[in-house]
Design a protein around this ligand. Sequence first.
Ligand SMILES: Cc1cc2nc3c(=O)[nH]c(=O)nc-3n(C[C@H](O)[C@H](O)[C@H](O)COP(=O)(O)OP(=O)(O)OC[C@H]3O[C@@H](n4cnc5c(N)ncnc54)[C@H](O)[C@@H]3O)c2cc1C
Length: 385
Amino acid sequence: MKSAPLVILGTGMAGYTLARMWRIKDKERPLVLITRDGGEAYAKPMLSKALSDGKTPEELVNATAGQQARSLKAEILTRTEVEEIRPQSHQLKLADGRLLPYGQLVLASGARPIRIPLAGDAADTVMQVNWLDDYRSWRQRLQGKKRVLIIGPGLIGLEFASDLCKAGYQPVVVGPDETPLGQLLPPEVGRFVRARLEEAGIVLHLNTVVERLDHHGDALRAQLGNGTVLEVDVVLMAVGLQPDIRLAQAAGLAVDRGVVVDDYLQTSEPDIYALGDVAQYPQGWMPYVAPITAGARALAATLNGEATPMRLGPTPIQVKTGVFPLWLMPPKPGTPGAWTLAGDTQRLEARFEGEQGLQGWVLGGEAVALRNAWAGELRTRTTGV
Ligand SMILES: Cc1cc2nc3c(=O)[nH]c(=O)nc-3n(C[C@H](O)[C@H](O)[C@H](O)COP(=O)(O)OP(=O)(O)OC[C@H]3O[C@@H](n4cnc5c(N)ncnc54)[C@H](O)[C@@H]3O)c2cc1C
């Protein structure tokens, strides 16, 4: 099947990074990429800081689909929906009925934002921003508005809140967590970060949820579970992502939270691989850039006949809250130890130490400059190198 094209489903960071690395190794074999969007190459992490950076959607585009097709020597099918994977016959069925053959297929089809249903006659106005097309709509919706309610005090929600704040909007964040970034930060560090966000002008309503959203003249009225009523202009929901496993599941591939792959990124079908937010690696589901880069490097070699497992060391997490930026490395769950925290309005240094020394850390504000030194210290403690 090797002379049949390599087909990559998806032109996000996973699809394009793999295509670029693979094309360096194989200059001849046909390559086809398929996407339901316009196929522009862009860095998705920029979406949650583009507003305050003053970037239009066009300015986020590093290359159009046409430019990508030429540099990758590939056929790129844009605005094209894949409806079915047929592993037996090595074919994809497209929404227009066409059947596309593949020699090997890579699923790089990403994850979708989770949408929590809300009561109220304005529930359908809630926005979500996960792709470049969403960012276009987001910019349009914000025009002439000021007050923005963000549902979700996690990483993405707070990045958007910070971006809005820096761009002159009034963000209000609501969520059931006791402290912001509740899944990444211990409560004492979360409380410290909350104070910095509030000083910058971000209002947080925590320990509660939005129960309903209704039109109220030109504005929107949000009813919270704790009885508070907020009047806002725009609502954004950022409560997490869900790998898009529907096609894989229907085709009989092994799925769990994501499409299950081994160290070689191979799914339960021999000629089908998965990479990026859709994949569940042996280490777990990791919807970040670092596994995409490491995975694409390994998979490019494997697809070229040099079986190569993906290797990924621990990588720090960046939280692009420009009003008070954070870098962190959570300790492994269950590690014994305690947090110590030092900081002021400009900086935060929090260390999690056990008997073996440093096991995790959080740096904030001006202290993020220490991140390489602290990452190195943690690596030395855990690997001895
Ligand atoms: C706002 C935001 C900020 C982020 N910031 C960071 C950060 O600072 N650091 C970090 O490491 N990570 C960050 N991430 C995560 C990172 O951006 C993602 O892990 C990465 O971009 C995922 O790329 P992907 O190619 O797997 O998926 P996607 O970008 O979602 O691409 C999926 C592709 O599949 C196509 N597709 C799917 N299904 C079909 C179908 N049936 N038919 C046709 N086409 C289909 C889509 O059109 C698209 O081209 C951020 C994410 C967001 C949303």
